[in-house]
Design a protein around this ligand. Structure first.
Ligand code: TXA
Ligand code: MG
Length: 310
């Protein structure tokens, strides 16, 4: 994507004043603020109507900037070298003297960090003197934003600026992994667990559905389009929108396809925008046809299951 330096300058100016700015990433758009500023972090929670106990992911340009704020180990380095910048978020131990706002971490002694790949946001991060706390740029418990129009739909004039970056190329959030001890996946995401296992060459614990909820991305209702949604549907009811993984020949106006031929990457990219579109087209509920539970399909199903707890 061609980088518009004037846009980056504008975002930087606002961020320097502890204002919030939406930023594009390859996964989904983020609602960003200075991670060293209590004021900026407070504004993020307020705008998103986010529960205060749900800490934010902090976005860095590279490990040089990260060193001041937290500790890292071999597991982290292996994954960093292979996948960063990219769609993986690490849980690390915070340094005692770190400047990260306690509002961002909810006073925990751990921190979630990520190195986004989107060229516009990388350019911005490189030009800032602080990392960016940025949860997904959507209202709490709702569908994430994958383009600037989605962000504007959710926040309207309340958000000072949306840094344009086109449509997110992946469309699903990053995979969260706690690397402090035995590697543990806390949220399924767009980086597949099989790829992570291949690099680490050891057992990876998956705690995406713990009995005790430890991160609110695991709250029951999440990623909700704001209308009821049911899964594995073969026969739809009157007036339902029907969401299918691949295009079928006998289509109807209420049929929505996530991809042409059942490609899971394409489906992931289209998931959130299609859910938003169905809601906008005034359907009262969504029926989803079975989606293969393999590879990225697992993450798509994870999001749809949470969206179905309406
Ligand atoms: O792809 C992504 O990860 C996007 C883009 C914008 O980077 N961000 C994103 O942020 O999905 P958010 O806030 O929607 O989800 C972050 C998740 C939350 O479920 C939060 O509870 C968890 O990360 N989290 C943050 N800090 C944590 C910590 N110290 N330990 C465990 N989980 C943490
Ligand atoms: Mg989110």
């Amino acid at each position: 994507m061609k980088i518009n330096l004037a846009n980056i300058k504008k975002a930087k100016k606002l961020l320097n004043k502890s204002e919030c700015v939406a930023i594009p990433t390859e996964t989904v758009y983020g609602l960003a603020g200075n991670a060293y500023s209590d004021l900026a972090c407070k504004k993020i929670y307020k705008l998103k109507k986010r529960p205060k106990n749900n800490p934010l992911i902090v976005h860095y340009y590279n490990t040089h900037d990260l060193k001041k704020d937290c500790k890292f180990n071999n597991t982290f380095f292996k994954l960093y070298k292979k996948f960063c910048p990219g769609p993986i978020t690490f849980i690390l131990d915070l340094n005692k003297n770190s400047k990260i706002s306690k509002i961002a971490t909810n006073k925990k002694n751990t921190i979630a960090v990520r190195f986004p790949k989107h060229s516009v946001t990388r350019n911005l991060l490189k030009n800032l003197k602080f990392p960016l706390a940025a949860p997904s740029a959507n209202l709490s418990s709702k569908v994430s934003s994958v383009c600037s129009a989605d962000v504007k739909e959710d926040f309207g004039k309340k958000i000072k600026y949306v840094l344009e970056g086109g449509k997110s190329s992946i469309g699903l959030e990053s995979t969260i992994i706690d690397v402090r001890k035995k590697p543990k996946i806390l949220r399924l995401g767009s980086l597949q667990i099989s790829s992570i296992k291949k690099i680490l060459n050891k057992k990876v614990i998956i705690k995406n559905n713990p009995s005790k909820i430890s991160i609110p991305g695991q709250f029951k209702l999440h990623y909700s389009p704001g209308i009821p949604l049911r899964l594995n549907v073969k026969k739809i009811k009157n007036n339902e929108a029907y969401l299918l993984i691949k295009k079928i020949q006998k289509t109807k106006p209420n049929y929505y396809f996530l991809s042409k031929k059942g490609d899971l990457k394409e489906a992931a990219k289209n998931l959130y925008s299609t859910l938003r579109k169905i809601k906008k087209n005034k359907y009262k509920s969504i029926a989803v046809a079975k989606i293969p539970n393999k590879g990225l399909g697992k993450t798509i199903n994870d999001r749809l299951i949470r969206a179905s707890k309406f």
